[in-house]
Write a new protein. Sequence first.
Length: 154
Amino acid sequence: MNGYQLTKAFYDEVESNEAMQIACKAHHLSLYTWICELRNRSGREILDLPVDYTMRMAFIGSQHTLANAIEDLVKWGLIEVLMKTKGQGTKVRIAFAFLQKHCKSDANEEGAFAEMQLQKCNCISAKAMQMKCKQLKLIKLKKLYIYIGGVKKF
């Protein structure tokens, strides 16, 4: 499944879902598109959405708007929230029912597989946080700015 198919599925859902037609705003599409982009970049079904980074990449200006957008996407059946951490982020995946309905996905809800992926994400998140702390020290020392995928000087 590529990004185009996932975006097309979003618009197909908007056409058939009256609640979405009434309440959907640009930040919903922006967040959903960012989730699809993360999914395609990482090749993972379970995604971490750190608050600050997600807000920056989805062009959302407040944590309140981000939280409401996530709740709306869940309510509309587009994503599933697997774990929420206050102030740090959310683990999500695109809903299986949504994928099966619009993308003819052969995905199935095997709890053991999803749990294994969730544990793998937790390990990667801990490593990423350690790396981030080391990179933040580099910022202070060398006045570098961090971007996902590397460090870049200005």
